[in-house]
Design a protein around this ligand. Structure first.
Ligand SMILES: [Zn+2]
Length: 196
């Protein structure tokens, strides 16, 4: 019987242009872990540098068993599920759609409070991982059509009616705060191109 009972989900990125389960597993073993430290890996299109297009975009690979504690976030491993997106600061629509489905499934399976979905950086101020605003994404992921992350910014495919989508009628402060938060965390000065 497993005594691992997670109450939160922590999102990571691999900080690499490509990777798959085998490569991340070998990286983590080189660091002295028993096996891959993440419970899940969400692939991008460039899983194998030998293959120009491997058709793996958005594919979810199972890493460490959900019966076991992971090794992905110092101080949080005994209570958290670790999911890593392959990439640095850009994640495809298919990756983000898979992440959303996976998060929903885990919330249901483990009875996790949806407010307990975090970015790795929230537990380690030296990191920016996974290089986009998880809170912003959690708020808008079900409403705003296809979502992708480009250069650390969350983009929505649908044109967003601020009055309709904003939690406060006719007030987009939440969106502005989130965009500013991303800029602050990533230390970059780019405008979000999200038709907001
Ligand atoms: Zn991380």
């Amino acid at each position: 019987m497993s005594n691992f009972s997670p109450n939160k989900i922590i999102i990571h990125c691999t900080d690499s242009g490509w990777a798959n389960l085998a490569t991340v597993d070998s990286w983590h073993r080189q660091r002295g872990f028993d096996e891959i430290g993440y419970h899940f890996l969400i692939l991008n299109e460039n899983t194998d540098p030998e293959l120009a297009s491997s058709g793996t975009d958005g594919f979810i690979q199972f890493g460490r068993s959900l019966n076991k504690m992971g090794a992905h976030c110092l101080g949080q491993n005994n209570k958290s599920i670790g999911i890593a997106l392959v990439g640095k600061d850009s994640f495809s629509k298919k990756q983000m759609a898979s992440l959303s489905k996976l998060v929903d499934w885990l919330i249901e399976q483990f009875n996790i409070d949806p407010g307990q979905v975090f970015a790795h950086r929230e537990f380690n101020s030296k990191k920016t991982c996974p290089n986009f605003d998880i809170d912003f994404w959690m708020d808008y992921r079900h409403e705003e059509g296809d979502i992708e992350v480009i250069d650390g910014f969350v983009h929505c495919s649908k044109e967003v009616d601020i009055k309709k989508s904003c939690p406060v009628e006719g007030n987009c402060n939440k969106i502005k705060e989130s965009v500013d938060a991303i800029k602050k965390v990533l230390g970059v000065n780019k405008e979000i191109d999200c038709e907001l």
